[in-house]
Design a protein around this ligand. Structure first.
Ligand code: NAD
Length: 431
């Protein structure tokens, strides 16, 4: 099939490359000409495991192309995916200006029947609204499909290639058939294509992310209560996870959720519910618990040191989660800001997110080329992202490098007994 993916970011690029891998002819479009120039030369703008090879291979075999021309790309495609950003607006709602602009542009470029697939996460009712936007600009027939994306950064390719399910909101049989054909190779292993109306499909994505965010905030509060009573959140978590009604996923306490999705999707669901007169009280709490949890580690540091002024803090991990360079809404941003405000110096290491961090903090912090360089001469180390390489460090080497052997572990990567036996003063979450 001939496809166009508009918006070549974390989602668009992965979706485009995966669809090309299954034999489709895909053009990925972006209005960021620098990004497209780089991609044409094989320069991948983000870190996502396996993406480099996938893009290279499909570009070489001429199934995957890159373009800044919406017009030409739409004319050549049967199915057009919209995968542009839907960032948080000032009032918490999802800002649809990019989605609407693309819909208008693609409508003007139409030269026959097209299926327009909304991949971006958009509030309930957007498919219906885009249908109107497009109808005003074209006389050609078209269908609008809601096809929310559930991939996780850090495991995006595997998630797209082997989805748990594919949600398709479509009202038009012709579009349903095209979507079923397109997704058939990805659902051979039994993952269902779940067909529904557009409003339900749009809500699926928010409901799933809101549920996961709720589990995170719920467990963070359990961890905080564990600390009050000297209970061990790991033991509590294991017992909860053994209950099949609960299951083991997303029960890890830490320093709050971040990323480009959970925070903005939770806020958007609160906002579009409120716009219809419904107050989503659970999610309001999920949000505020998350905001305070991001500062939990700083509070522990403050208590330990009394004053953070003049202290040097080493940081391991900047990205909002491992295996990505993305720092959108990362706890590290809030924590580093707080440390700097309190007069601390920060020297940070992240295996992939240094370039992103430099765009956020510039020269305000120091960047270490290696994890051990980040702990040289520090008063304490804070672990903010659970990259695998942090799990089994050389503790003796760390002890010899640090001014004081103190660790604030925001992701519970170390074993409490073991790290204390290695001579560290150790703080973690809920243990
Ligand atoms: P992103 O910011 O990485 O990428 C968006 C891209 O769209 C950018 O490259 C931008 O230049 C481009 N763009 C903006 N306006 C454009 C226009 N008019 N024409 C062409 N290109 C344009 O965003 P993302 O993380 O890929 O997210 C995209 C959407 O997918 C969002 O709605 C997000 O909520 C949703 N989503 C994201 C994830 C994730 O893990 N990142 C997962 C599922 C769903």
């Amino acid at each position: 099939m001939k496809l166009a993916v508009i918006g070549t970011g974390y989602v668009g690029l992965v979706v485009g490359a995966c669809l090309a891998e299954n034999g489709n002819e895909v053009v990925c479009v972006d209005n960021d000409s620098k990004k497209i120039r780089g991609l044409k030369r094989g320069k991948i703008p983000i870190y996502e495991p396996g993406l480099n090879e996938l893009v290279d291979r499909n570009q070489e075999e001429q199934r995957l192309r890159f373009s800044t021309s919406l017009n030409r790309s739409v004319k050549n495609a049967q199915v057009i995916f919209i995968a542009v950003g839907t960032p948080e607006g000032e009032d918490g709602s999802a800002d649809l200006k990019y989605v609407t602009a693309v819909a208008r542009g693609l409508a003007r470029a139409m030269n026959g029947y097209k299926v327009v697939v909304i991949k971006s996460t958009v509030p309930v009712g957007t498919a219906a609204r885009l249908r109107e936007v497009i109808r005003r600009e074209t006389t050609y027939p078209f269908s609008v499909v809601s096809n929310p994306e559930f991939l996780k950064q850090g495991a995006a390719i595997d998630d797209f290639m082997r989805p748990d399910r594919v949600v398709v909101g479509a009202e038009d049989p012709r579009a349903v058939e095209l979507m079923q054909t397109l997704y058939a190779p990805f659902t051979r292993t039994g993952a269902p294509i779940q067909l529904m109306d557009c409003a339900s499909a749009e809500l699926c994505k928010y409901a799933s992310n809101a549920m996961l965010a709720t589990r995170v905030s719920f467990m963070n509060e359990i961890a905080n209560v564990c600390e009050l009573f000297g209970a061990d959140v790991d033991k509590v978590r294991h017992a909860m996870a053994s209950d099949r009604r609960i299951g083991p996923s997303f029960l890890f306490p830490g320093i709050g959720y971040g990323g480009s999705c959970f925070p903005k999707d939770v806020k958007a669901l609160i906002k579009f519910s409120r716009d219809e007169g419904y107050r989503y009280r659970i999610l309001e709490s999920v949000e505020s618990v998350n905001a305070s949890q991001k500062l939990r580690l700083v509070e522990k540091m403050q208590k330990h040191f009394n004053s953070l002024n003049g202290k040097t803090i080493g940081i391991w991990g900047l990205s909002f989660k491992p295996r990505t360079d993305d720092m959108r809404e990362a706890p590290a941003v809030v924590i580093i800001d707080a440390l700097l405000r309190k007069g601390a110096r920060v020297q940070a290491y992240d295996p992939e997110a240094e370039a992103t961090a430099r765009r956020i903090f510039g020269h305000k912090i120091n960047y270490a080329p290696h994890s051990y360089d980040a702990v040289k001469g520090v008063d304490a180390l804070a672990v903010l992202t659970e990259w695998n390489e942090f799990r089994e460090p050389d503790f003796a080497r760390m002890r010899s490098l640090m001014r004081h052997p103190v660790i604030f572990d925001g992701r519970n990567v170390f074993d409490v007994e073991h790290i204390r036996s290695e001579g560290f003063t150790y703080y973690s979450i809920g243990r």
